[in-house]
Design a protein. Sequence first.
Length: 226
Amino acid sequence: MKKRMIIALLALVATALPAGAQYHGHYPRAYLEGRPQPRTSIRYSSPNTYYGFRIGVNGATVKSDDARLDGGSMKSGLNVAAVAGIQLGMSAPIFFETGLAYTEKGGKGTYEGKKFTYGLNYLEVPLVLKYFVNVAPDITVQPFLGGYLAFGVGGKVKDYGSRAAYSSFSESNFNRFDGGLRVGCGLQMSVFCLEVGYDHGLSNICGDAFADSHTGTLFANIGVNF
């Protein structure tokens, strides 16, 4: 139920964002069409902006000093986000993108021959720079680099050996805060976009039960920009 509420909230935010676009600037259409942008009042009064919605899948793992967590299998999960980007200057098509996402990370493995999984579900804020490279009319390639901040909102540790389940975010399991680096590349055709990337966690996500541990997540998204 909590997951459905979060996804519904993100969808509502994504729906509301385009309605405000007319008050905050212009979508960078000139870059998509391969045309130079006019250097008029946009420079001073309304920088180029875009608003978007993303949905996709994660392949998540955890790297750890603890053998119970390190080297486990990749765990699949959902990610969904509402984003907004703003051009940082008129001389180059560099945009700063941020927003709010719900993302499912974690991992799975075996311990003493018994299977276990652990879900780490976060509300996440991306903080990335994107460079728009026009390759054809209505098509841009968008490499990006930056980071993210995340706060844990749910997840379970499931021990199939003892048939027990515990909250992932507790004093004895995982910390709620995570943050790290993000790198990837996107492709946009008209308003539709595809992007792939990788998140490398820098924060130690473990509590008292485990040693130093960090998330690693490969993701692929589809979406739209307005």
